[in-house]
Design a protein around this ligand. Structure first.
Ligand SMILES: [Zn+2]
Length: 99
């Protein structure tokens, strides 16, 4: 019979991530990293029986113009908004001029 063991026990702590208006993604990112590092320090100071505390994150690719998920067609042209398409076309033209 199949036995299912529970392994890789972890306590996952998520920082408060409310986005403050007027902040860039980069500034927001730095702020969250700082918050996470503070939480790690606090956890180590106050709690026993911890082997390790790490800060983990996933990455996502977003368009800097419209903030939608970055997606491209088979030529590499972005598909989300005109601003991104224009930027891509300018880069393509530039490349052709130089080759
Ligand atoms: Zn876009």
């Amino acid at each position: 019979m199949k036995v299912v063991n529970k392994i890789n026990w972890k306590v996952v702590v998520e920082p408060s991530q409310s986005f403050s208006l007027g902040k860039t993604n980069e500034a927001h990112s730095k702020e969250l990293q700082r918050d996470c590092e503070t939480i790690v320090k606090e956890i180590k100071r106050h709690i026993d029986n911890i082997q390790s505390v790490t800060v983990e994150y996933d990455t996502e690719e977003l368009c800097s113009f419209c903030n939608e998920r970055w997606d491209t067609d088979e030529d590499g042209c972005p598909t989300c908004c005109n601003a991104a398409i224009n930027e891509w076309q300018n880069i393509q033209m530039h490349r052709h001029n130089h080759s």
